[in-house]
Write a protein that binds this ligand. Structure first.
Ligand SMILES: [Zn+2]
Length: 253
């Protein structure tokens, strides 16, 4: 039962919305300030990237740039938590932008309703600190991977299919990149199974690694392929070596 607004206690809007996370060991005002100064690019904010973006907004990341093409369809509603039924037929990107702004008005949100191109990724990376690939297409994830390597900015790649999830955190020049992991384009069926509770787990792990990378708080398993078996609830990091002949990062020192 929800109390009516009249019954609710007055809200102290001067209270610090980030106080509780600063109770985390090692996460203090400096880490919070780093988040506030940080900008993140996210490709797709659906079942995977939506929870990522929401958790980054909740944590106080200063600026979120998102790309998400298309309009909301009924079958999106089992997982796209930034969208709502009333938005069926309307642009997904605009709904994600509005939801993030409603949730935390302190966060700057820039939304584009298109699939990101290599040129756009390169341009955004001049203004952001880190990129997250949460697209259901490998093409977009490889675009972000290559752009981040070129810009020498960290890249977090996330994917989920049914009960299997994966994350690769890339630090260009120091760790393997997504092309080192997948030299050939693996077979990919766009109509893969997805349950919102599962994609949100992987999306939030990506958000956690982004927060760690942006603040220096905690460790990031750079270059380790995190295989998340959501059937057995087993999370296993598998070291991925850099490939000297990698066409994306092979020449990087
Ligand atoms: Zn590589």
């Amino acid at each position: 039962m929800n109390p009516s607004r009249a019954d609710a206690a007055p809200v102290d809007r001067t209270a610090d919305r980030y106080r509780r996370q600063r109770l985390m060991a090692g996460f203090g005002p400096e880490e919070q300030a780093r988040l506030g100064r940080a900008a993140v690019l996210i490709s797709r904010t659906g079942g995977l990237g939506g929870p990522t973006a929401l958790s980054l907004a909740a944590a106080g990341v200063g600026r979120i740039v998102l790309h998400h093409e298309g309009v909301l369809e009924p079958e999106d509603l089992n997982r796209m938590i930034l969208m709502e039924e009333a938005g069926l037929g309307c642009a997904r990107a605009a709904q994600a932008e509005a939801a993030l702004r409603r949730f935390n008005p302190e966060v700057q949100v820039v939304a584009r309703g298109s699939r990101i191109t290599p040129a756009e990724a390169a341009a955004w990376l001049e203004t952001v600190d880190l990129a997250i690939g949460a697209a259901p297409t490998l093409e977009e994830r490889f675009i972000l991977n290559a752009a981040c390597v070129q810009a020498r900015k960290p890249y977090i790649d996330a994917a989920v299919c049914g009960e299997q999830g994966q994350i690769l955190a890339v630090r260009p020049g120091a760790s393997a990149c997504l092309r080192c992991l997948s030299p050939e384009d693996p077979p990919w069926d766009a109509d893969f199974p997805v349950l919102g509770a599962l994609s949100a787990v992987v999306g939030n792990l990506a958000a956690l690694l982004a927060i760690r990378a942006l603040t220096g708080w905690g460790s990031v398993p750079w270059g380790a392929y995190l295989h998340i078996d959501l059937a057995s609830l087993d999370l296993r990091p598998i070291a991925v070596p850099r490939r000297p002949g990698c066409p994306v990062c092979g020449d990087l020192q």
